[in-house]
Design a protein around this ligand. Sequence first.
Ligand code: NDP
Ligand code: 2IT
Length: 438
Amino acid sequence: MYQTAVARNAGEPEFHQAMHEVLESIAPALDEHPEFLESGILERIVEPERQVMFRVPWTDDRNRVQVNRGFRVQFNSALGPYKGGLRFHPTVNLSIIKFLGFEQIFKNALTAQGIGGAKGGSDFDPHGKSDAEIMRFCQSFMNELYRHLGEHTDVPAGDIGVGAREIGYLFGQYRKVTNRHESGMFTGKGTGWGGAEVRTEATGYGAVFFTEEMFATRNASIDGKTAVVSGSGNVAIYAIEKVQQLGGKALTASDSSGYIVDEAGIDLDLLKQIKEVERLRISSYAERRTSARFVSGGSVWDVPGQIALPSATQNELSLRDAKALISNGVEAVAEGANMPCLPDAVHAFQQAGVLFGPGKAANAGGVATSALEMSQNASRQRWNFSDSEDRLHNIMRGVHSAAFEAADRYGRPGDYVVGANTAAFVKVADAMLAQGVI
Ligand code: NDP
Ligand code: 2IT
């Protein structure tokens, strides 16, 4: 079945990798549910319900016409409207969007909030673009995408390269071309115009809450521990913030140019100033802080830490990196990013007895808080920060126990990969079975 899917989706290595990881871990659930195989659930679940690719022409500040490619892969809506982020990055292609959309089906199922799975984006590179160029690109992108969206159809949000600024421009254009102020068609909006409190912090906070739950199964906690973190975007910044709030010490951050190590612990105000306000490279952090040094290139995973939170991008943590972390005494790894650890790195962590939280469980806090935003939009309510954070915390406890209990039930105690994949798969497959062959 996997080989057929690979042949049907030739040249899509990231999608193959994501499919393989799920398919190889759900065997115990399939043994218990022969009806899933009999009704073609596997063949259907790896085939997106709909895929849209489109031209995105725009004019740069020098009046030259630029052309990018837009994508939206609406993977599965058995549990609810399509839901998942948009990524703007030069490496975006169909394989990347399909792997992300496929992962999103299972992640969203784990949140238990009635949301289907989708992903989209463009090979547009926001780095170095003016605000006006970003706006014109977002408007052109939405001129096509709007017809595929809607609060009961498909609800995008941010991902790499898509933050508050881009969401503002995208939402504005949707409103203009549809003549509808439809709050529930996008999440991650500004808190002044329909956005939920804690959505900005949610993915990073959630990954650290998940880590805390994993530690609790060994009567341990984050308090007093050191953490190494990759990335310096939305997920990384708020993962660092929550580590610090829980008494840990985050030592690193990175971007595509290299990483910084700050033995005194990351100065969050400075990191936010550099990344969120001034939009500079991470090396600027070391220029402004004497306790920090910048390492160009190299691997951030060579820095010793008891917790590792890969929070940049897919396939950023190799077997070599895993071995370095293990020999430096890492105790827990939680994927803030989607599929950041290569399969043999995951295996190495598990063999070494390191607590390992896969992305579809550990980083589910972002999309879970997006679903909270949808609830607030639908009921015209506003929940305050601490109420919203409590809800996020409870959802992450629920995601953890769903994965933990399924791992036990299927004979793989402590294996959160098997636990998350089986718990999520059974939920989606049950819904697909009940809804017929569609
Ligand atoms: P941001 O755009 O805010 O930050 C991305 C960070 O990762 C930047 O520091 C960026 O550095 C770095 N990065 C991106 N691509 C690469 C690359 N190819 N090589 C090296 N560094 C890279 O994105 P987010 O923080 O939102 O997303 C980070 C990860 O978390 C992604 O995998 C995303 O899918 C995942 N995620 C995000 C959620 C969210 O709510 N935002 C929810 C769940 C998962 P540079 O600026 O140099 O490119
Ligand atoms: O990967 C992800 O879960 C996200 N980028 C967030 C998706 C969302 O709809 O909030």
